[in-house]
Design a protein around this ligand. Structure first.
Ligand code: GRF
Length: 214
């Protein structure tokens, strides 16, 4: 059976676009934005995906907004709810309602740099590798089980903008890959709170990314 997914966005929508264009075995039932001006809405419409705006400013508080959002999402009965640049903290009730079917992409190698301004913070910390993470969402922000990560080198003359662009290129590869694995039923939650990809591929383990390369 094809997996049904709903994507939530707040803005540009480039990760959503990467998902829609990846030829995934996924039925994208709807794209929902909390901002009417989100550029990603037009991209979704161009791909023939229905769009809905649920403006958080029209709701009285976080709980009311999340309830309206959940009502719309549940109309589509999705197997997976994908946060693709959705810039709102969600209530615990909402997150629990979608336990194990809510995923997010974060622009850092979690657990390093949860929250905002990840690229500037990575530069300030002097890390030599940075990247992005696809993870299940749990009530604690940016702390759920990690499904997949992509790492990029941090270069000596990087600015937050150049680093963000390098990470974003990998986000556009990583998110479709992770969603494909989810759609294929290959991602398992482990009892220790982590995840495992099945079947494990033994040959991949020697691929280290070393930075700087000298
Ligand atoms: C991405 O960097 C994503 O990791 C973060 O917000 C940004 C959204 O960009 N959560 P886009 O809307 O997908 O272009």
């Amino acid at each position: 059976m094809t997996m049904r997914a709903v994507i939530l966005i707040s803005g540009r929508g480039s990760n959503m676009q990467a998902l829609l264009e990846a030829g995934l075995p996924v039925d994208f039932a709807c794209v929902i934005s909390n901002r009417p001006e989100a550029a990603g809405l037009a991209i979704a419409a161009r791909h023939g995906v229905p769009t809905v705006v649920i403006d958080h400013r029209q709701h009285d508080g976080r709980a009311a907004f999340d309830a309206a959002l959940a009502e719309e999402i549940d109309r589509h009965a999705p197997d997976l709810v994908i946060l693709a640049g959705f810039m709102r903290v969600l209530t615990e009730d909402f997150v629990r309602h979608y336990a194990n079917r809510l995923v997010n992409i974060h622009p850092a190698l979690l657990p390093a740099f949860p929250g905002l301004d990840t690229h500037a913070r990575a530069l300030a910390a002097g890390v030599k590798l940075h990247g992005c993470t696809v993870h299940f969402v749990t009530p604690e922000v940016d702390a759920g089980p990690i499904i997949a990560q992509a790492a990029v080198p941090v270069l000596a003359d990087d600015t937050p903008e150049t680093l963000a662009a390098r990470v974003l290129r990998q986000e556009h590869r990583l998110f479709p890959l992770a969603v494909r694995w989810l759609a294929e039923g290959r991602v398992r939650l482990r009892e220790d709170g982590g995840t495992a990809l099945l079947p494990a591929r033994d040959g991949d383990v020697d691929d280290a990314l070393i930075s700087p390369t000298g």
